[in-house]
Design a protein. Sequence first.
Lengths: 168, 168
Amino acid sequence: MVPRTRSSTRGQLDGLLGYQLRRASAAMTADFTNELGAVKLRPVQFAILSLVADNQWISQSQLCRELSVQKANMAPLVSELERRGLLAREPAPRDRRVQMLTLTGESERQLPIWRKLVAKHEARFFGALTANERDDMIRLLRKLWIGDDSEAVTTKSVKAPGAGKKVA
Amino acid sequence: MVPRTRSSTRGQLDGLLGYQLRRASAAMTADFTNELGAVKLRPVQFAILSLVADNQWISQSQLCRELSVQKANMAPLVSELERRGLLAREPAPRDRRVQMLTLTGESERQLPIWRKLVAKHEARFFGALTANERDDMIRLLRKLWIGDDSEAVTTKSVKAPGAGKKVA
DNA sequence: ATTATTAGTTATATCTCATAACCTTTTTCG
DNA sequence: CGAAAAAGGTTATGAGATATAACTAATAAT
């Protein structure tokens, strides 16, 4: 059971947090897909449904902000979930631009099951960590991107007025 | 300094390690691109060059295993770096199938500079963490994917003989 | 020697994510 | 009030990431 030909040195690379983060995230996504591939739910789709479940009548724009997904990418995502009968769009009465979102009977029924699958995936993938380590990690990870406010809704309409807030 | 319109509840989602990992990794990649976009180096390209620097004459296959990149995807990656004069391919004398890789004078010269840029990016992005927290995080992240051995070299040549090792 | 394996390439399909252009509806403000 | 700006949403498009399949050439196994 020799670890194959691990002869080379990962050297500098191995000490980079960014590299470790990227690799861990990729492995996690693969494991997620492995668990929820059968029900055809990708991480972002699960995130959308989960968020709609916890915030009924949330608008697509709000979703975009919460998930840092650009509106141009959110449209087809929501459309597909709608097409599959997992999400319903409802025009907002007070603002006719807004599409309010809600779960359907079908997704309402399935979501608890999917959440169990996700929980199973999490237990498996993060099983290498102790409960304390998991708490630490979630706390640390959250510090890295919270407050990102990475536009995500872009197309900032920075046409003429250059008074932009210096996006850096 | 109110956190904008954080009116909705991330609810269940927020407690998922996988979600946090995915968001943090995405934010990190964006920051990396922001720092090294000017020199046209993506994370995977930097990883390749860094690894070749630390392991001269490494083969593409070894690179694939180290980085969990499939050979079908590695080929064009290496080709582009070669085209840009940052990597040189040298047929191995003992095994004419193998392409041994090495840095060029140009990349040898630039790599220290690029490493400094990466260090700057890491300092900025992970600056929200203390030194101890960073040590913790790198240790925890490593536990998540090390030993993955996720094939990555696939195309298992499972032609006729079904005695394959059950790729799952 | 035949067979299986390994290194590498090319082609292709999906997913992710960013930009731009556009329409419609509100909101802001002179 | 009315024009301009801003916000919600859609479509189109391109680059990057990543997975599979099919293939050639060279080496290893039995």
